[in-house]
Design a protein around this ligand. Sequence first.
Ligand SMILES: Cc1cn([C@H]2C[C@H](O)[C@@H](COP(=O)(O)OP(=O)(O)O[C@H]3O[C@@H](C)C(=O)[C@@H](O)[C@H]3O)O2)c(=O)[nH]c1=O
Length: 181
Amino acid sequence: MKYIETKLKGCFIIEPSLFNDDRGLFYESYKKVEFEDQLGERVDFVQDNVSISKKGVLRGLHFQNGIHAQAKLVQVIKGEALDVVVDLRKNSPSYKKHFKIRLSENDHKLLFIPKGMAHGFLALEDNTVFVYKCDNYYDKASEAGIIYNDIDLNIDWVISADKLILSKKDLVLPTMKDLNI
Ligand SMILES: Cc1cn([C@H]2C[C@H](O)[C@@H](COP(=O)(O)OP(=O)(O)O[C@H]3O[C@@H](C)C(=O)[C@@H](O)[C@H]3O)O2)c(=O)[nH]c1=O
């Protein structure tokens, strides 16, 4: 497995070693000892999530507040998604910067998102299956987010706004300015 740090410190792209044979494909998608060794920190995942999205569905940009903050290890096992991470760590050199990556069933890449980031993704195909591990439980009261089209972030979501499908909750998320970020 290859671990490549992104421009956001502590946020890694993971490229598994792929084993193709006559039957198909095998790869390890997560190996705790190697993962923690590469990251240089301990991460105890406690919850696994799956979401299935139609093409054009945008989920995000989400995070959980305070002690409920979550690090996430995300991947797409069917379809394709544009994954976006925003650095909200005030002391970080990449504070308020975002990183984008396409994750798909074809490249088998994963992304590790440390605590202190907002996360969202856009499904680029119907029935995109997004699978992720979290190191903290879902806590409804701690849910928070930033609106996907925040002017200061200026994220290029690659498809036009009229084709995006968002939840009612995500359509009314505040801006970074509203949140004093
Ligand atoms: C996230 C989550 C949701 N739910 C419930 C709440 C709600 O009724 C339903 C759908 O929730 P949401 O609309 O918040 O789901 P979704 O918009 O897919 O939320 C997710 O978005 C991506 C971008 C992330 O990074 C995740 O951490 C998470 O915030 O599922 C849980 O039971 N456990 C969970 O961990």
